[in-house]
Design a protein. Structure first.
Length: 446
């Protein structure tokens, strides 16, 4: 936690904090004393006396967002340079302006154009070979044109099914992630309606927000960079877990207390285990009389929110880990690439035969002959080169959409959702603490 001019205020890291002005010795001693007193208040006294606030509750008095952390003033270091695949002008899709939308589209892909370049090179190689083979001009071009078109319909049908299942998978993953965020909002709403203290409400909201952040960062975790995940540290946390918490401290500092971090780092799926703490805290609050007792319907409704959040985490994790069967995706990819190769060979044969018809016999051709040759080459180019290019693009789109947390072009804008959640929690807390014409509710009688 970073303590500034305001008690417990959380501040994001900015470039302006790199230069620290010189302070007097008295000011440094006073700040050191205050920091020591705050550390003692958080870590000491495991069982506080009756009527006194718990040390953890003192840490919950800090706001989720400080006044300088408005949604419109988000530091650039937290934007992650994420490409928002859902933010675009859909009205341009019905006009020719769609050809100018290059960023984030299927054509902005190196592997797609590399495969197309290999197909063109193969066609040119086949054409050169046909030119030097004797009596190649006797082959009828109409028969060669049919060689590369018999797989087009079959491949197109399979790609349609795969793209449909990938889109359904993407929508289900987004819905499950949004259900987790809605569960955090619903929990805060229930606590506000029951008049729970601000410390308890902030703790529940912080746990829910921490769970969503950990889930987002774990799903977007980069490669191991040569560090094996099986390497255990002295405190029992793996290298992947350490990188996860380092990423959390860099992107969302001050969200977890030191003791909580020490306990959570011992487990890999801490984002799901956090809701175990939430359920335990709800049970303790029911026993203390802060919320309705356990046999009441209200208590069951609150636990349903916890179960909904936990189930949504499992759904998102399952959709991310469980991919389509390898035998299906591999066979489909092989069919697409074989279709591309056969069409490239077919276009190369037609191109070589056309070159032999034009320059092979040494006769002077009329304008109609040139027109027929050019028309035949253009039609064969569309069938043998453009159509396979479209199939490769559909395969690329299907694979990207099937993994919404892996590929940048189809990644879920989770960071935008998380910032919206923090803003909603902050606004709801302010309105709940300041009702216009009535007093705040309070279930527990004083």
């Amino acid at each position: 936690l970073k303590f500034g001019s305001k008690e417990g205020a959380i501040s994001y890291p900015t470039e302006s904090t790199s230069v620290i002005p010189q302070r007097s010795v008295a000011v440094q001693r006073r700040n050191t004393s205050e920091l020591l007193q705050r550390s003692i208040a958080v870590t000491a006294m495991a069982t506080p006396p009756a009527g006194a606030a718990s040390p953890v509750a003192l840490g919950e008095r800090q706001p989720l967002l400080s006044p300088d952390q408005k949604l419109g003033a988000t530091p650039t270091s937290l934007l992650d340079d994420e490409w928002d695949s859902t933010h675009y002008d859909i009205t341009k899709m019905t006009s020719w302006a769609v050809f100018g939308m290059v960023t984030g589209c299927a054509w902005d892909n190196y592997s797609l154009w590399r495969c197309t370049g290999c197909a063109i090179l193969l066609s040119c190689t086949v054409a050169v070979i046909i030119v030097f083979i004797p009596h190649s001009s006797l082959v009828a071009p109409e028969k060669v044109e049919k060689m590369g078109t018999f797989l087009n319909v079959f491949v197109g049908l399979l790609l349609g099914f795969f793209l449909s299942s990938s889109m359904n998978r993407w929508y289900r993953c987004v819905s499950a992630f949004l259900e987790l965020l809605d569960a955090v909002r619903s929990m805060q709403m229930q606590m506000t309606a029951l008049g729970v203290t601000q410390e308890r409400t902030n703790m529940l909201s912080r746990y829910g927000l921490l769970s969503a952040w950990l889930l987002h960062l774990s799903l977007n975790m980069e490669a191991n960079e040569g560090i094996p995940d099986e390497s255990e540290e002295a405190h029992g946390s793996s290298a992947k877990t350490k990188r996860l918490w380092q990423s959390l401290e860099a992107k969302r500092p001050g969200l977890v207390l030191p003791k909580e971090k020490e306990l959570l780092m011992q487990h890999d799926e801490s984002y799901a285990l956090l809701w175990t703490w939430v359920a335990s805290l709800i049970g303790r609050m029911a026993q203390n009389g802060e919320i309705p007792p356990m046999p009441s319907p209200t208590y069951g409704r609150i636990l349903n929110i916890v179960q909904l959040a936990y189930g949504s985490i499992r759904d998102v994790r399952a959709l991310h880990l469980i991919k389509a069967p390898f035998i299906y995706v591999h066979t489909l990819a092989i069919l697409v690439h074989v279709n591309n190769i056969l069409n490239a060979i077919g276009f190369g044969l037609v191109l070589g035969i056309a070159v032999l018809q034009v320059i092979g016999d040494g006769t002077v051709h009329t304008k109609s002959t040139w027109a027929n040759v050019c028309c035949s080459l253009f039609m064969q180019f569309c069938f043998s080169m453009v159509a396979p290019l479209l199939y490769l693009a559909l395969l690329e789109v299907s694979v990207c959409v099937a993994q919404p947390f892996t590929y940048q072009d189809a990644k879920i804008p989770a960071f935008k959702f998380l910032k919206g959640l923090e803003g909603d929690l902050k606004n709801a807390a302010e309105l709940g603490d300041n009702p216009p014409y009535w007093d705040k509710p309070c279930f527990k009688t004083k």
